[in-house]
Design a protein around this ligand. Structure first.
Ligand code: MRU
Length: 351
């Protein structure tokens, strides 16, 4: 099995596999500044909630390196300015601000001048990377509980190694199931309009040698009705305290379809995807993406001229459609509000 790498720290820059060009071209983009990292996040060179958080952490480390000869005050001013730019790169995935906040908090506690902040920022960014890689394996381990032998699983978008530092969340669980010797078949939603399923998830599954079939998003109900899909597993970009979950546009539709067919739907995500400031899903900001993603395919216009276009990148699945949330400390079950509150408390105790 080919080990997919999303990003690597090169000592002086962050190298990102260019996900806009996958699967047909494996090229790397080198980011030498925090602004370049913010731009790569905005252009979806790197994407997926955990991966953009980790990239943003390295972005701040780059900002700190640039001011390592400055006084603490000057360095701090530049670092917080870079933090603002990184936070604004994409609005929905909370992991981005989570990682930026984690770095700023660490730096605020480090005494010294620019040089000390620069070395502290880099070691914290590396820790964020290692943490993500490690907890995804734990999500995979706990997720075995929801993928029995012989499962026929539908997944949407890409929540694999490419969307994280390593291993993946929803796809990490399927990988763990495979590593545990379970038989499974994966149905892959192509995930219009940006094709994360057809391009990225399909590529990861083929590389892992997992039995999988690509379908159009609007085929899911048909295959559920035929009894060919027995569970749905997706990632998340932001989870509210009541369990409402923002994920790639189309996830809500799957929630409704799964409920109608009495099929369980599981969300897989690290606890950093839970937004403690968000009581319910209505307050989650939804990214509006360029209209060309709908009107054009490979640069060629397919939509009728003059048609208006809406392109929200995410939707919110209400907690009532979610059977369980697989995290690095175990599977959370409804009612989610108390389960999430105690998971966050347990996480603080462990930290
Ligand atoms: O727009 P994208 O490709 O960044 O959206 C990604 C998703 O919606 C993923 O499901 C989510 O970020 C979880 S990735 C582990």
């Amino acid at each position: 099995m080919k080990n997919l790498q999303t990003m690597r720290w090169e000592g002086h820059c962050l190298a990102l596999i260019d996900q806009t060009r996958l699967p047909h071209e494996e090229s790397w983009v080198e980011c030498h500044t925090a602004e370049a990292v913010a731009d790569a996040i905005a252009r979806m060179v790197v994407r997926g909630a955990p991966a953009i958080g980790v990239a943003a952490a390295f972005g701040l480390a780059l900002a700190a390196q640039k001011v390592c000869d400055e006084t603490r005050e000057n360095a701090w001013r530049s670092i917080t300015q870079a933090a603002r730019g990184l936070r604004q790169a994409r609005p929905t995935a909370v992991n981005l601000s989570w990682a930026v906040d984690r770095l700023l908090k660490r730096l605020a506690a480090i005494p010294g001048e620019g040089a000390q902040l620069a070395s502290g920022a880099l070691s914290e960014a590396k820790a964020v990377y290692e943490h993500d890689a490690r907890i995804n394996r734990l999500i995979g381990h706990f997720g075995l509980e929801v993928i029995p032998d012989g499962s026929q699983v539908l997944t949407h978008c890409n929540a694999g190694a490419l969307a994280t530092a390593d291993y993946g969340t929803a796809l990490g669980i399927l990988r763990a199931a495979r590593e545990a010797g379970r038989r499974l078949h994966v149905w892959v939603d192509e995930t219009r309009p940006y094709w994360q399923g057809a391009r990225l998830t399909a590529w990861e599954l083929v590389n892992m040698g997992i039995d999988a079939t690509l379908i159009c998003d609007n085929m899911a109900g048909h295959f559920m009705k035929l009894g060919r899909i027995d569970r749905v597993i997706v990632g998340a970009d932001r989870i509210a305290l009541n369990g409402d979950t923002a994920n790639k546009i189309g996830t809500y539709t799957l929630g409704v379809l799964a409920a109608a067919h009495e099929i369980p739907l599981f969300v897989a995500a690290p606890l950093s995807t839970i937004d403690p400031t968000c009581a319910h899903g209505d307050s989650i900001p939804i990214e509006e993406r360029p209209t060309e993603e709908l009107t054009h395919v490979h640069g060629k216009r397919v939509a009728a001229n003059g048609i208006a276009v809406a392109n929200p990148g995410f939707d919110v699945t209400p907690a009532r459609y979610i059977t369980g949330i697989v995290t690095e400390i175990g599977v959370l079950s409804p009612p989610f509000e108390p389960a999430i509150t105690s998971a966050l408390k347990a996480q603080h105790t462990l930290a």
